[in-house]
Structure formats: structure tokens, C-alpha cells
Design a protein around this ligand. Structure first.
Ligand SMILES: Nc1ncnc2c1ncn2[C@@H]1O[C@H](COP(=O)(O)OP(=O)(O)OP(=O)(O)O)[C@@H](O)[C@H]1O
Length: 463
């Protein structure tokens, strides 16, 4: 091959490269090993907003100083002698993933550096968005954890009576397995507390505890609240749809309080849901599954409701696998004084007011029927601690309805005579214990032997 032939071939080659570069819609920039631009596609010029400039022959180091490309990939490729990726931000704020590839000469030295880019602005935006969402999720998770702990906070559960000890023992036993528990008892006896305790002791303890007060949700809204709804199912509803309380219990415990208040029409739907653990959201066509442990509670006589056809028998049997009857306070009087002392302490600390109840007040409260049970007791003690002017709370500080000494509520309490006698015996002994210094003196006053006094005190847990 003569010189003129070689020249024309390299010229041809150059023209061919130029033609390819022009035709190329993609970005391509080639430099020599000193960083001088030897080829640049129109797409690259457009990308960096340098269409009018003559770039050929300029150094990318210079262009970097001018802020056209930052950072440049050329020195990294030379140093590593291999493919390198960097991320550039253009003057217009676009994010580019630049890939630099070395082209070697016959001696293995880097001869050319070809680089091309991918616009990853969108990807970076999505990544940032994801990152923000992750942060947000983390924040919400922490907040949820705090709220869950607050919901489960235990201010100390006071248990002295054997009856309550038995209830606690059953609750602890059933907490380990996913059996349906029905908590029965008057309002304020501690049913909700028991439901939370069973959850806390169960393998589901780190999952949600969802409480649904069946008596508090209007019938017309129950299904939407309980099963959730799909987008556009109501005019007033959230446009995107909303999960229901049942769905939120996934993995955890679903506590249906006041189940006796559930209207008949809804009972059949709730029964189907409990049996199948599947449901449809209102307006939904996709069946959803949920895994939960069920606890229900009521202060209503469910059996009577069943007999009166106000509560479905099949639902009753389904719920009543393990019933726990929590007795009213007046049937476990040995809990009264410890509860009073506990809450005097709690509210004295809370309101920074050291208060004690004098003996006459304790005796009066001991025989009070406590129809509102522990809730009533807590409210009264809080009120006394807050409003009593002196450190010792006396009878005159009590609200009027508590000032009259009331006899035990024999008719309504439905207790047997031996039970009532036990209670009277205990009251008399407690009173005597407060008034006398020794068991010998107590025996004298009560007209029984000293060993009998000791034995009876032991039986009633009097110290
Ligand atoms: N033995 C106890 N020791 C300390 N606090 C108690 C005890 N029993 C109940 N409580 C408290 O009394 C209040 C009423 O209890 P809870 O709400 O569990 O009753 P409930 O039976 O669920 O009432 P309702 O039927 O009205 O829902 C709660 O603040 C609870 O923590």
C-alpha cells in the first residue's frame, strides 16, 4: 500500500466515523490518553448544552474546570485501565451515569477513552423518593411501637382474691394457644385488661392488638369500619379505599368488646368472618385473608340473649370456647382495700399530693356495692386525691352517695348465705384489726379464742 492509498483509507475511515457519529442518536465522547476530545456525537453536545462550541481538540480537564462535565471519567479509566462508572450532574441538573471504556494500543497502553451516558435523573428521583419513604416508614414504625407500648402500658394490676388469681391463671394458660376466649363480667371489672394481658403473654405479642367496640360503632357504618372498603364505594368515603379494623389485626389479636351489642344482621357476617378468616371489603371483589387470634367480651348475659333470639346460638358457641368469668368487685372484697391503696399511691404521685384515707373511709368503701367496679373505684380515688384539702381523707371528703354506709347488696349480688357470712366475718375482723393492737385484744372484743382469730385472719388474708 502506498502513502496516498494509506491517506485515502484513513480519510475514508475518518469520514466513516464522522458519518456514524452524526447518525448516532446516542451520546458518545472519545478522548485520547491525554484527555483531548477526538470524537463527540451531536447527542453528547446536546446533552451538555454545548452545541455551538468547537469541542474537538479541547481537553476534558479544561472542560471540567469550566464546569461542562464534572466529574470526568477519563483520568479514572487511565488509572484503572478498565471500565469505570461515575455519576455526573449537568449544568441543567440532570443526573447521568457515565461509563468510560478504555481502548488499548498494541502495547497494551490506553490509547482512547470512549464514554457514553444514561440519563438516570428519573431513577435517582425514584431512589430519593424511596429513601424518603423508607425514612418515613421507619418513623411511622417507631411511632407505632411507642403507641403500642402506651396502649399496652400496665399501671399495675392488683390481685389479692383467690377468685381473681384463678381468672389470671386461666388467662395465662390460654394465652399460649390460639383458642377463642370469651371474657364475661360487669362493666369495669377488667375485661379489657384481661384481653390485653392474654395478647401480651401470647406468641402474637409483637403484632397488633386491635380493639373493636361493637356497641360504639353505628350499625350502618360497622361493615365499612370493620371490613374496610374499596375506592369509590361511598360518595363520602376516602377516595382510595381503606382497610378495616379486621385487616389491621393481621398476625395479632382481634378483641371484640361488647359483642352482645352486635345487631343480629351483623352477627351472621361476623360469624362467617370468624369461621373462615376471610372477608371482602365493602365494594370489593377480591377475597382477603387475615390471620388473628380472637378474644371477645361482654357484660351481657349471652345465654339469655340466645334464648330470647337476640344473639345467634352458632356465634355464641363459636365464641364461648374458653369463657372466663371475672367477678364483680363486691364478690371479691379482699381486692377492695389493696386496690384503694394502690390507686391512692398512683394519684398521689401523679398529682404530687401525698394523701392517705382514714380508717372510717376505708371501712365505708369496703362495704360500698361498687356497681361500676374497678373503674368506679379509680374515678373516686382520683377525685378524692385531687379535691381533698388535707393530707388525710375523711368521711366528709366523700361524695354524698358514698357517705351512707350501705349494707352489702345481697339481693342483686346473688350470693349464697355462706358467702355472705364469710364476707361479714372478714369485715368484722378487718375492723377489729384496725381498732385493736394485738390478736389477744381482738379475741377479747370478738368473744372468740386467740388461735381462732389468727386462723380466721390467715384465711381472709388479713395482716
Ligand atoms: N385488678 C385491677 N388492678 C388495677 N387496675 C384495674 C384492675 N381491674 C381493672 N382495672 C382498671 O380498671 C379500668 C376498667 O377496666 P377495664 O376497662 O378492663 O374493664 P372492662 O371490664 O373492660 O369494662 P367495660 O365492660 O366497661 O369495657 C381500667 O383502667 C383497668 O386498667
Amino acid at each position: 500500500m502506498n502513502n496516498s492509498e494509506g491517506d485515502s483509507m484513513s480519510e475514508n475511515h475518518f469520514c466513516e466515523s464522522e458519518a456514524i457519529l452524526r447518525a448516532l442518536k446516542d451520546d458518545l465522547l472519545v478522548t485520547d490518553s491525554t484527555g483531548k476530545v477526538v470524537m463527540i456525537s451531536d447527542a453528547t453536545k446536546a446533552l451538555y448544552g454545548i452545541e455551538d462550541k468547537v469541542i474537538l481538540g479541547l481537553s476534558v480537564y479544561e472542560l471540567e474546570k469550566q464546569g461542562v462535565f464534572t466529574p470526568i471519567v477519563t483520568p479514572l479509566v487511565i488509572e484503572k485501565k478498565s471500565r469505570v462508572n461515575v455519576i455526573q450532574t449537568t449544568t441543567e441538573g440532570k443526573k447521568l451515569l457515565i461509563t468510560g471504556v478504555p481502548v488499548f494500543d498494541d502495547e497494551g497502553n490506553v490509547w482512547r477513552i470512549a464514554s457514553y451516558s444514561h440519563d438516570i435523573t428519573e431513577m435517582v428521583n425514584i431512589k430519593n423518593y424511596l429513601h424518603d419513604m423508607q425514612d418515613e416508614m421507619e418513623r411511622v414504625k417507631n411511632e407505632l411501637e411507642v403507641l403500642r407500648n402506651q396502649q399496652m402500658k400496665d399501671d399495675g394490676f392488683v390481685v389479692h382474691s383467690d377468685k381473681m388469681r384463678k381468672c389470671i391463671a386461666i388467662a395465662k394458660q390460654v394465652s399460649e394457644v390460639d383458642v377463642n376466649v370469651l371474657l364475661l363480667g360487669e362493666s369495669g371489672v377488667g375485661k379489657t385488661y384481661f384481653a390485653k394481658m392474654i395478647h401480651k403473654e401470647s406468641p402474637r405479642k409483637d403484632k397488633p392488638f386491635i380493639e373493636v367496640n361493637c356497641g360504639a360503632i353505628p350499625e350502618s357504618l360497622f361493615e365499612a369500619e370493620f371490613f374496610g372498603y374499596e375506592a369509590g364505594s361511598f360518595t363520602s368515603a376516602n377516595k382510595k379505599g381503606k382497610p378495616g379494623l379486621a385487616e389491621l389485626a393481621e398476625g395479632g389479636t382481634l378483641f371484640l368488646d361488647e359483642i352482645g351489642e352486635l345487631p343480629l344482621a351483623l352477627q351472621v357476617k361476623v360469624l362467617k368472618f370468624i369461621q373462615e378468616k376471610q372477608f371482602y371489603r365493602v365494594g370489593g371483589t377480591k377475597e382477603k385473608k387475615v390471620d388473628f387470634r380472637l378474644i371477645t367480651a361482654t357484660n351481657q348475659p349471652l345465654e339469655k340473649l340466645v334464648a330470647a333470639k337476640k344473639f345467634r346460638e352458632d356465634l355464641y358457641f363459636r365464641l364461648n370456647v374458653v369463657p372466663i368469668h371475672i367477678p364483680p368487685l363486691r364478690e371479691r372484697t379482699s381486692d377492695i382495700v389493696p386496690l384503694i391503696e394502690h390507686f391512692v399511691q398512683v394519684f398521689s404521685t401523679k398529682y404530687k399530693r401525698e394523701r392517705v384515707l382514714d380508717d372510717a373511709v376505708l371501712q365505708r368503701l369496703y362495704v360500698h356495692p361498687w356497681k361500676g367496679n374497678v373503674r368506679e373505684l379509680i374515678n373516686l380515688i382520683e377525685r378524692l386525691v385531687v379535691v381533698s384539702p388535707s393530707p388525710t381523707i375523711t368521711i366528709t371528703d366523700l361524695p354524698e352517695s358514698y357517705q351512707q354506709a350501705s349494707a352489702p347488696d345481697i339481693e342483686t349480688s346473688k350470693r349464697s348465705l355462706p358467702e355472705i357470712m364469710e364476707e361479714v366475718e372478714k369485715k368484722v375482723l378487718t375492723q377489729a384489726r384496725k381498732q385493736q393492737k394485738t390478736t389477744v385484744e381482738m379475741a377479747k372484743v370478738l368473744g372468740i379464742s386467740q388461735p381462732s382469730v389468727v386462723r380466721k385472719m390467715k384465711k381472709h388474708g388479713i395482716k
